[in-house]
Design a protein around this ligand. Structure first.
Ligand code: NDP
Length: 274
């Protein structure tokens, strides 16, 4: 005899009815807002910039050196009828960030959303990890997040919809062999996020962190196939995420629907680190 199929109980339609205080989000829920996205030229940052643009926000993209990709991201974002501008800047450089933030603030009338996404990897087991590779990763991910937040915070505090969204990693939650520098930097981003969330909450600004799992981008495309298979096997949903999966979470956290969420770590990882 065939085994009966496992059934998932269906919710009654009454249960699905929206509560009277729930306002469905409009398609362009970020109309009139302006976002700064670091590392917006490629991968996750590019998808975030496009997601925010699609939701109606102007976007200022910071990038390290890939001018062609940054300009094409801006052109794609501007097709949503918003203003998009790219700025070359090493987020690890405190003074360079100060200069570029002053330029962004001069170019856009207000800034409401900051997404600290720029990051690099220099993987190596600790016995072989060089000081230069440790510093490079911490300087871009952790110090870069501090630098941009520090210089933009006064402007964000003036926004009635201030949002800071930092991109960490599940490595910062669980640790990963071969990524002591990266995991340390990302764990630092989580601590920084919670501290900033407490400091700015009184001004109505939220500060949250997204911890992506294994996402298909330039950063992970170079991994050897055996490592990729091992990563995929560790994901309950069974496959790598896309940059858009992270962008959707960012748009939600940037929206009014997330106004009561702050200091939160949102894993977007297919269940990898639960
Ligand atoms: P990519 O390597 O695809 O893109 C990195 C982006 O960061 C590029 O736009 C790059 O600019 C920019 N960038 C790098 N260094 C600097 C710097 N010093 N100053 C300014 N911008 C810089 O990375 P991903 O899209 O994969 O990763 C984005 C974020 O998500 C990172 O913080 C990463 O740690 C995190 N993450 C990624 C995961 C993944 O599986 N991919 C998993 C977990 C977290 P340019 O194009 O000019 O070089």
């Amino acid at each position: 005899m065939d085994k009966p199929e496992a059934t998932v109980p269906r919710l009654e339609s009454e249960t699905l009815a929206l509560s009277p205080c729930f306002t469905p989000s409009p398609a362009r829920q970020l109309d009139g807002r302006c976002a700064v996205v670091t590392g917006g030229s490629r991968g996750i940052g590019r998808a975030i910039a496009l997601g925010l643009a699609q939701a109606g926000a102007d976007v200022a993209i910071l990038y390290a050196g890939n001018t062609e990709r940054a300009e094409s991201a801006c052109a794609e974002a501007a097709a949503y009828g918003i203003r998009a501008q790219a700025y070359q800047c090493d987020v690890a450089d405190f003074t360079a960030v100060q200069t570029v933030v002053a330029q962004v603030v001069a170019d856009f009338p207000h800034v409401d959303i900051l997404v600290n996404n720029a990051g690099v990897i220099r993987d190596s087991l600790l016995l072989r990890l060089t000081e230069a590779d440790f510093d490079a990763v911490v300087d871009v991910s952790l110090k870069g997040t501090f630098n941009v937040t520090r210089h933009l915070l006064r402007t964000l505090l003036r926004s009635p919809h201030g949002r800071i969204i930092n991109i960490a990693s599940v490595s910062g939650l669980t640790g990963t062999a071969g990524q002591a520098n990266y995991a340390a930097a990302k764990a630092g981003v989580i601590g920084l996020t919670k501290s900033v969330a407490r400091e700015v909450a009184g001004r109505g600004v939220t500060c949250n962190v997204i911890a992506p799992g294994y996402i298909d981008t330039d950063m992970t495309r170079g991994l050897n196939p055996a490592v990729k298979d091992k990563l995929a096997a560790a994901i309950p949903l069974g496959y790598a995420g896309t940059a858009d999966d992270i962008a959707h979470a960012v748009v939600f956290l940037a929206s009014d629907l997330a106004r009561y969420i702050t200091g939160e770590v949102l894993r977007v990882d297919g269940g990898m680190a639960m």
